[in-house]
Design a protein around this ligand. Structure first.
Ligand code: DAH
Length: 337
């Protein structure tokens, strides 16, 4: 009897010190396991006088139940404490700020393209489109650039086959629209164009905006005023503009248009090659040969046309010195617009 009391005291002492479920497991095997204290006691019953066995057996079993209950209760306590701890440790603080995601912005070329389109719309121009994979006929022949003519060298062309090219300019849209409609016409044709060329000021794909106005009595004065108004709108109203005689097969006469250098204000710098002027677009009065190609009577109708590169205008507007920056997708660059 005293042994059992002693064992019970000793067990409670151990139990009080057990701090986690693995220590409790140890206690369980120490007392209740195959070679445990209680098991040993039960076995020793056989060596007792038979008369004492029932009473002793009862006592031992009571202690066994007691130990088992205690162990279970304690195990539950420790379990919930352990779960509590894990919840504390692994919980997510929903009030912490997230890693954040940035809202995208518009590409500088899209911004300027839209601005250019808006300016022409405000002057009564419509907007037309044409295919980027174009027939040689529309890209060259109908624009008075025959096969084997040296004028083809002005543009480095991606040929798909003898009849099909990646359009080198937006001018073929002029021909497509004129074939389908009668004058009066007043529209621009923005879009992508392709040339086999790549350096600090050329990319194999770039953007142009073409313009065409055809009616009876359209003169060079109309060309001049429309383009001056446009340039004063995309740049500043005090930007100097000059028309310089030039050559394009599809216009006669032709003019290139320069603006006063934005960087040096005309005094001459590296960017304007010390001339004080920067070339900004090509233009001219539609060549009567082009009118004949589309079945217009050149005695009745006159018109002007122009074409400009959007990358170039964007570079001048924002002071960008390398065209390739537009297509490298560097967010440090793109984030500035
Ligand atoms: N298509 C010409 C080019 O890409 C630009 C151009 C010049 C278009 C004169 C025109 C024009 O419509 O009249 O270089």
């Amino acid at each position: 009897m005293d042994d059992l009391k002693e064992l019970r005291k000793q067990f409670l002492l151990h139990l009080g010190r057990a701090e986690d479920s693995s220590q409790l497991q140890n206690l369980r095997s120490r007392y209740l396991g195959k070679k445990g204290e209680i098991t040993g006691l039960l076995k020793s019953l056989t060596s007792m006088p038979p008369a004492d066995r029932p009473a002793a057996g009862k006592e031992i079993n009571e202690l066994k139940d007691f130990i088992e209950n205690q162990l279970n209760r304690h195990l539950q306590k420790i379990h919930s404490r352990e779960i509590e701890g894990r919840i504390q440790k692994e919980s997510i603080d929903v009030t912490l700020p997230g890693p954040g995601s940035e809202i995208g912005g518009r590409h500088p070329i899209s911004l300027v393209l839209d601005e250019v389109i808006d300016i022409f719309i405000s002057m009564g121009f419509g907007v037309e489109e044409g295919p980027e994979i174009e027939l040689d006929f529309y890209n060259f022949e109908a624009l008075n650039i025959p096969r084997d003519h040296p004028a083809r060298d002005m543009q480095d062309t991606f040929y798909i086959n003898d009849e099909v090219v990646m359009r080198t300019h937006t001018s073929p849209v002029q021909v497509r629209v004129m074939q389908q409609r009668k004058p009066p016409l007043r529209f621009i044709a923005p879009g992508k164009v392709y040339r086999c060329d790549a350096d600090i000021s050329h990319t194999p794909m770039f953007h142009q905006v073409e313009g065409l106005m055809v009616d009876t009595n359209i003169t060079f004065a109309n060309l001049k005023s429309v383009l001056e108004s446009f340039l004063h709108s995309v740049f500043t109203p005090d930007t100097p503009v000059r028309f310089r005689p030039s050559y394009f097969p599809f216009t006669e006469p032709s003019a290139e248009v320069d603006i006063g250098c934005i960087f040096c204000k005309g005094s001459g710098c590296r960017i304007c090659k010390t001339t004080g002027w920067i070339e900004i677009l090509g233009s001219g009065m539609v060549n009567p040969k082009v009118f004949k190609m589309v079945g217009y009577n050149p005695r009745k109708y006159t018109g002007f046309a122009f074409g400009m590169g959007i990358e170039r205008i964007t570079m001048l507007k924002y002071g960008i010195d390398d065209i390739r920056l537009f297509y490298e997708n560097d967010l440090r660059f793109l984030g500035q617009f």
